[in-house]
Design a protein around this ligand. Structure first.
Ligand code: ADP
Ligand code: MG
Length: 267
């Protein structure tokens, strides 16, 4: 089976002015399989955001190839790339990036306005993901009426509402206190397990990094070490998954809204 994400010899050089070049990512090879829960760890400036932006098709590598589901990404067709991103990838950011004038419900619904879904289907989806992140009762609240942890739950719901295969989270807990950070990570781990969404998140918090099944340690744009195995979660697996456990396949009988993905999404 193809990895869900495969980076081959990826480099990213930022050019500033005429003579200054910064190599933010240096020759990275990395495969991530469907259902994984992966942390990208490393000090500030080590390339975490750049790597996530490359995986998320927000940024273009200077050299190397990225394949999603075995298909090498071409950076020529921007509209096609945009559609692929919309259908495949959800993003969660450190500073939540919610729209302040919209309610929690409207923030989550926002990405669906770019799809062909009917109003009733949109409502169903939004209510479902808000329930999954435990925010049904606060759907009408604006971001300023919510705590940091609640805002990040809204952002998680928004990232999931399009039923992406991959959720990328750039330091999702950096603006939260440690208890709330743990809660948010546990919610992400639960969604990873229940919905088989692949999560890749960056962090430099050792408490948060511990919750990942595989930890990719970056230093100066290179992979310094990888800890743990490429383990996908499944509903049969328990929370005591060990880092060395062999890869599991997804359960057949899982009851999940993701099962309906191919029938409800119009491409
Ligand atoms: P991290 O997220 O781990 O802090 P980044 O990916 O943001 O690391 O940055 C990696 C390196 O690339 C740093 O040296 C940073 O200054 C540089 N960098 C990041 N984005 C840009 C940019 N848009 N232009 C120029 N340099 C950048
Ligand atoms: Mg960063």
């Amino acid at each position: 089976m193809n990895p869900l994400i495969e980076l081959k010899a990826i480099s990213k050089i930022y050019t500033m002015g005429r003579n200054i070049q910064i190599q933010a990512i240096k020759n990275i090879n990395l495969s991530v399989h469907a259902g994984e829960f992966v942390a990208i760890s490393g000090p500030s400036g080590s390339g975490k955001t750049t790597l996530l932006n490359l995986i998320g098709l927000i940024d273009v590598p200077t050299s190397g190839t990225i394949a999603l589901d075995g298909k090498i990404i071409s950076y020529n067709g921007l509209a096609q790339l945009h559609r692929l991103r919309l259908n495949t990838i959800g993003f969660i950011f450190q500073s939540f990036n919610l729209i302040p004038v919209l309610s929690a419900y409207e923030n989550v619904e926002y990405p669906l306005l770019l799809t062909d879904l009917s109003a009733s289907e949109r409502k169903k989806r939004v209510e479902q993901v808000l329930a999954e992140v435990g925010l049904s009762a606060l759907a009408d609240h604006k971001p300023r009426e919510l705590s940091g942890g609640q805002c990040q739950r809204v952002a998680i719901a928004r990232a999931l509402v399009n039923k992406p295969k991959i959720v990328l989270a750039d330091e999702p807990t950096a603006n939260l206190d440690s208890k709330t950070a743990q809660d948010i990570l546990q919610l992400m781990a639960k969604l990873n397990q229940d919905e088989q969404v692949t999560f890749i998140f960056s962090t430099h918090d050792p408490q948060v990094v511990k919750l990942a099944r595989r930890i990719i340690q970056l230093r100066d744009g290179s992979i310094e070490s990888i800890t743990g195995a490429a383990t996908s979660s499944s509903s049969e697996q328990t929370a005591e998954v060990t880092l060395t456990e062999p890869q599991q396949t997804a359960s057949k009988g899982r009851q999940s809204w993701r099962k309906n993905r191919s029938t409800t999404r119009k491409n």
